[in-house]
Design a protein around this ligand. Sequence first.
Ligand SMILES: NC(=O)c1ccc[n+]([C@@H]2O[C@H](COP(=O)([O-])OP(=O)(O)OC[C@H]3O[C@@H](n4cnc5c(N)ncnc54)[C@H](OP(=O)(O)O)[C@@H]3O)[C@@H](O)[C@H]2O)c1
Length: 254
Amino acid sequence: MEILDKFRLQDKVALVTGAGKNLGKVIALALAEAGADVAVTSRTLSEIQETAEEIREKGKKALAIPLDVTDFAQVESVVREIVSEFGRIDILVNNAVVRSYKPLLEMSENEWRGVIDTNLTGAFLCCKAVGPFMVRRGSGRIINISSVAGVQGIVNHTAYCASKGGLVLLTRALALEWAPYNILVNAVAPGTLVTRHTKETLEKRSEGIPLGRPGEFSEIAPLVVYLASDASTYTTGEVIVVDGGLTQSSARRR
Ligand SMILES: NC(=O)c1ccc[n+]([C@@H]2O[C@H](COP(=O)([O-])OP(=O)(O)OC[C@H]3O[C@@H](n4cnc5c(N)ncnc54)[C@H](OP(=O)(O)O)[C@@H]3O)[C@@H](O)[C@H]2O)c1
């Protein structure tokens, strides 16, 4: 196999959560461009329909199905619908997120639970629903979108950090558990990402980043394609940080 062929996702089927906008959308389109048919989900139908339309324009099949990842009955039913339409799920990208940044003493129990429910429990529920199909096929890829907030603390981010740190260890533990089934489980931990910004916000968001700028969604998607492809058949349990050097520079300051 030629080296670039290893990155191709021809005949693969992917499920991406939170695929209606920003990183999830860019990942879904990148997987399609690499050859996969893609099921795109989030709670907002109009947004995932747009993503699906762009995937079809790339010549791949797409399904847009509304899904709240915190509801296991919905997750199971969506997974069954995808398998009945496409016959399988090879790749699961857990990307859906909600955020609540505030000091712990100002955070309500509901706000805390909301963040953990979507970012961590949502990923667990999707793994639980997709897992049996991957186990039966003896192959699969799970890619959890964590964050630098999952590998280091950030002030006023306790719930978000706990959810993203939980996702890091869910990744490492599940990689061990499902290695016998050839299901590879990895995480990607992006740093600060932006698409649109003013000069002022760009300066503010660039602070402390050795590369001197925030990243773009398009700088994360190729890694997801790699982790979904035959180029990464010996990579599991990894958490790959993509942050322009941010965590390296803060590690040196400690
Ligand atoms: N942007 C960054 O700077 C950055 C940096 C590091 C890591 N990340 C990680 O990258 C991922 C994507 O970030 P983003 O900035 O692109 O997020 P975003 O723009 O806030 O989009 C989040 C997506 O998740 C969906 N979602 C939220 N709650 C959901 C639920 N309960 N069930 C299903 N879908 C749900 C949203 O759609 P609905 O509301 O319609 O459901 C939306 O499509 C996240 O995991 C985030 O932690 C982002």
